[in-house]
Design a protein around this ligand. Structure first.
Ligand code: EPU
Length: 331
């Protein structure tokens, strides 16, 4: 049995029957045909192992960033699933390409990005993704799915639902702007404040990226020093009528605009209100600057983190009647 310690950012130490890294499309196909029901990982930054498993782990490490087409205002870029997401953001900025600057410093690799439709500060991957090139697990056959076919939603895609565990993403195509960048920051107080303090009125894509990096560094723990998997829960989406009712009882209840009929509530605020922020029990805890992030202070056993997450879910449900859903994949 092999420990997954170096393959998950929670740094838990459960064992699996094999660990295989694949570096090419051909190797990916061969390994899929050889392995039965593998657990597929990219950077291991959105997963919590809670037990040993007889399943093998397959790490997709296909590299490459290539401009594959261009028109007057944009380029299409093909990116291997094994590229580190933030390295691609840096590459884009170095080449003055816009569209993903708000997604700076999100941990993980590119192959995992479409599965949960990574997002931050008003931008989601689905805003610039053209399509994904996949291999079907069972047949080893190649498929291409367009953005529409991926059925993207808030931290969600068809790969988490109808096609869960059916395909492995080998590479992705993005459309990035060469000029006339669509700079999004004004509805995010944190970014606005940061840019204003630097005296920047008309931010460039690099200014936005730098501001996002500063904010993330100040709130979110670096998994290298304090193992974690970013937001552990999704921000719950509730009906406007439930929101209005709760707002009467909790006048400070914040919300993000979502749709006409639904509101999105910051789960971090709900957890914070239940006094979990900064708590540490049995080597696991809740981050002291962002209650949405669970952190590992030194346990090898992921089930302790799962247990803590369940206690949090129960207390949020008791106080607000809202059921928090995990963003992290539990294995
Ligand atoms: N808040 C608290 N206490 C806390 C944390 C948050 O009161 O401990 C409240 C504050 O009112 C704050 C609000 O919650 O204004 C929102 O917090 P924040 O701006 O930090 O964002 P978030 O909703 O907690 C989401 C994403 C993050 C993304 C940020 C920025 C999800 C599940 N999380 O967090 O994504 O970086 O917005 O756009 O949607 C991730 O997915 O791993 C992740 C970090």
């Amino acid at each position: 049995m092999y420990s997954v310690k170096n393959y998950n950012t929670f740094k838990v130490e459960h064992c699996v029957s094999a660990i295989q890294e694949v570096r090419s499309l051909l190797q990916l196909k061969q390994t899929l045909l050889a392995f039965e029901r593998p657990i597929v990982l990219g950077g291991g930054s959105n997963v919590l192992f809670t037990q040993d498993s007889e399943q093998p782990v397959l790490i997709v490490d296909i590299k490459g960033i290539q401009i594959t087409g261009e028109d007057k205002s944009s380029v299409s870029v093909n990116i291997g699933a094994g590229e580190i997401w933030h390295d691609v953001v840096i590459w884009a900025l170095e080449n003055q390409l816009g569209g993903i600057e708000n997604l700076s410093l999100i941990p993980g690799k590119c192959g995992a990005a479409p599965i949960q439709n990574i997002g931050a500060y008003g931008v989601e991957l689905s805003d610039c993704l053209i399509g994904v090139h996949c291999v079907e697990r069972e047949s080893g056959k190649e498929f291409y799915f367009t953005n529409d076919e991926c059925l993207f939603n808030y931290r969600d895609s068809i790969f988490k639902n109808a096609w869960k565990d059916k395909f492995v993403i080998a590479n992705i195509d993005l459309r990035l702007t060469k000029k006339g960048h669509h700079i999004i920051y004004s509805s995010y107080g944190d970014i606005r404040k940061r840019l204003r303090s630097l005296g920047i009125e008309k931010p460039s894509i690099s200014d936005v990226s730098n501001a996002v990096i500063e904010i993330r560094k100040s709130k979110l723990p670096d998994p290298l020093y304090l193992p974690n998997a970013g937001s552990f829960f999704k921000n719950p989406i509730i009906s406007i009528s439930t929101f209005t009712m709760l707002k009467k009882e909790f006048p400070n209840l914040p919300n993000y605009p979502h749709t006409e009929s639904h509101a999105k509530i910051p789960a971090g605020w709900l957890i914070d209100q239940c006094n979990w922020k900064g708590i540490m029990v049995d080597k696991v805890g809740v981050h002291n600057k962002q209650a949405l992030v669970l952190v590992n202070h030194g346990t090898k056993n992921g089930s302790k983190i799962l247990k803590l997450s369940q206690l949090i879910q129960e207390s949020v449900y008791r106080k607000f009647g809202i059921q928090l859903e995990c963003e992290v994949n539990i294995i």
